[in-house]
Design a protein. Structure first.
Length: 241
């Protein structure tokens, strides 16, 4: 890990903890964590991901001293090792799908007093109907993505932008050996679904699915972990690099 630098350019090193090795760097509590710090943290995780199974810790997890780090790993060791096995040999692919809104622009909810009454209630019902229609369409697109890509697991969020487009953020957990097949499926799917604009990124460490499995621990600053590795090969990832 000599060539890898973590948050604020600090040296990253392996910290043995029972059957795990935690990738950490020193952190000055006087330093404010910012967007660049998050990028540095993600870069360390990505580098570890090239060599081993990684359980990323949430960015910002910091331990006060060596003993606090050791105690946290020891108390959660069984859970960490179990989670490593669950994501071993797996990767995350991320889809962003833009769908033209099937509904007209919602009526402004901030009505003047002149519109209070029957017209106001009508507008509320119409907006509620539009929201249900969007929800139905979002579920339909999500189901179609699941049926086409057949992931091991998925995480889906949906939102509507100001310009009226519906955006689905879809994280798929797949086996690493099937990444090329997934890429081919994306090429055919994006060409087939003319009504949607699709973007793909990955493969990534399984961020979404690790955070489902682990509870984030937050401690006072000192050591900023960046990844923990199971003795043989797995890597677990505490918070900062």
């Amino acid at each position: 890990m000599e060539s890898v630098l973590g948050v604020s350019g600090n040296q990253v090193f392996l910290y043995p903890a029972s059957d795990l090795a935690v990738v950490v760097s020193e952190h000055n509590p006087q330093e404010t964590l910012n967007q660049k710090s998050g990028v540095d943290h993600a870069r360390v995780i990505a580098d570890c991901f090239q060599h081993s199974t990684v359980l990323p810790f949430r960015f910002g997890t910091v331990f006060n001293d060596d003993e606090a780090l050791r105690k946290s790993i020891r108390s959660n060791q069984r859970q960490f090792l179990g989670n490593i096995e669950k994501v071993r040999g797996k990767t995350e692919m991320h889809l962003k799908i833009f769908v033209d809104d099937c509904c007209c622009k919602e009526v402004d909810r901030h009505q003047t007093t002149e519109t209070v009454g029957r017209e106001y209630l009508t507008n509320l019902r119409e907006n509620a109907a539009r929201a249900r229609e969007r929800q139905t369409r979002g579920r339909a697109v999500s189901f179609q993505m699941h049926r086409l890509f057949m992931p091991l697991d998925e995480d889906v969020t949906c939102r509507v932008t100001e310009n009226g487009k519906m955006v689905l953020d879809v994280a798929h957990l797949i086996e690493t050996k099937y990444v090329e097949r997934y890429l081919n499926k994306f090429a055919t799917t994006s060409a087939m679904m003319k009504e949607c604009q699709m973007q793909l990124s990955g493969p990534w460490p399984p961020y979404h699915f690790v955070h489902r499995l682990t509870r984030s621990s937050s401690h006072a600053p000192a050591h900023a972990p960046a990844a923990a590795v199971a003795a043989a090969t797995p890597v677990l990832q505490p918070a900062m690099a």
